[in-house]
Design a protein. Structure first.
Length: 400
């Protein structure tokens, strides 16, 4: 058996989580072959080395346990709660293994919740790239329009929010200890109307797991969520009574592991949408008009502006010359300008009204060169003419 990090061995044995195991190591409560180890990252082999935690010999890794629980309302999806509220672990009577929930259901939500001590599977299922489908029954206050529901199906922008940083129990939070999340766009979701009513029921399938995602999605279309119940997680279905649990079968565990191993494409980045939202917020707070682009700080400039510098439209705007076929600020196209200056029309006539076939480039180029030469000649003749303007300029230079 290859050597592994001590905190991973301790967590696999069911003694504590990896974070708690690190605290045990740094506190000097872990020894390997009689020598106390306090350095994180130290490795050992459980089959060869004798590991003790707080004076007790560490046995091999515990057997993996996989549970399906019907979480009722009024329970917190966590191992311990500093506020003293009941947790989902209080419902697991007779389970001696140290299990923890996979994902979360908030305090007022109910339904299917998975618990395990298999850290590798839990990490894969909660990773952003897994996209295991999760289905919910949702009751909405008020009746959304079909346009609003379609907006949720395509994906909606959830604004950033502020949340307090976690502080150890018994300590007062520090001033300014807030964490601000960035705005994100939700991935496309499946939404189906189940019951038509003043407060309708919907079946919603998500392929990602964001904090309070369904409630925040409907808040964006100004509707309150009254009830949420998760009924499916991948291939698993809710089939136990509220507050009850059961062990998963070997086949169900294999299905979960197969679903967790799949890697699907993530939703496209929405940096441009987020930057556009920041622009609007900045303009509103600063009292700027909607088109005050040059007054916005550089840090709020969208990456899209830099990306489009090489495009035809951006280069045309910067040079104040419209691209071919586009109207300029004076209502003329490039073809109009060329016709005005060089006598060209857009049909079969060439420069100076001469009849030239458009598929004969040699004649067109020759005629164009001739016209340009005529223009240069006329300019030289005007400079030599006796209109007196150039002579007067020369006299003024001599006098000066």
């Amino acid at each position: 058996m290859p050597a592994e990090r001590l905190q991973k061995i301790i967590a696999a044995a069911g003694i504590a989580s990896r974070r708690k195991a690190e605290e045990l190591i740094t506190s000097g409560l872990v020894s390997v072959n009689g020598q106390t180890v306090t350095e994180l990252g130290s490795k050992a082999d459980l089959e060869v080395d004798r590991i003790k935690v707080n004076g007790k010999v560490l046995s091999g890794p515990e057997r993996h346990v996989y549970l399906l629980l019907h979480k009722p309302k009024g329970y917190v999806t966590t191992v311990t709660d500093p506020e003293g509220r009941p947790t989902v672990l209080d419902l697991l009577r007779g389970v001696t293994a140290r299990v923890y929930p996979i994902g979360r259901l908030d305090y007022l939500s109910e339904g299917l919740l998975l618990l395990t001590n298999d850290g590798e599977l839990a990490q894969k299922l909660t990773h952003a790239s897994s996209h295991v489908p999760k289905t919910y029954l949702v009751k909405i206050s008020g009746k959304p329009t079909e346009e609003q529901i379609e907006k949720l199906r395509r994906g909606i922008l959830l604004p950033g929010k502020r949340s307090p940083l976690k502080t150890p129990a018994g300590q007062e939070p520090k001033a300014g200890s807030w964490r601000r999340s960035t705005a994100v766009r939700t991935a496309p979701a499946r939404i189906k109307l189940l019951r038509e009513a003043a407060n309708p029921w919907y079946e919603i399938t998500l392929f990602e797991g964001r904090n309070r995602q369904i409630r925040r999605m409907f808040e964006e279309i100004e509707h309150h969520v009254e009830k949420i119940k998760r009924v499916r997680y991948g291939a698993l279905q809710l089939d136990v009574e509220p507050g009850k649990f059961r062990h998963l079968t070997a086949r169900e565990v294999a299905q979960l592991k197969s679903a967790a191993s799949e890697r699907r494409a993530s939703p496209p980045p929405v940096k441009e949408v987020i930057n556009e939202t920041e622009r609007k917020v900045y303009r509103r707070r600063s009292g700027l008009p909607g088109n005050s682009e040059k007054q916005i700080p550089r840090r709020l400039k969208s990456a899209r502006d830099d990306k489009d510098q090489g495009s035809v439209a951006s280069s045309a705007r910067s040079q104040q010359v419209p691209p071919l076929g586009l109207k300029s600020s004076v209502g003329m196209t490039n073809n109009d300008v060329e016709t005005k200056v060089l006598g060209r029309d857009d049909t079969s006539t060439g420069y100076n009204g001469s009849s030239i076939r458009q598929d004969d480039p040699s004649k067109s180029q020759g005629n164009k060169a001739k016209v340009l030469g005529d223009i240069s000649t006329s300019r030289r003749e005007r400079s030599k003419s006796g209109d007196g303007r150039s002579k007067n300029r020369n006299r003024n230079r001599i006098r000066g």
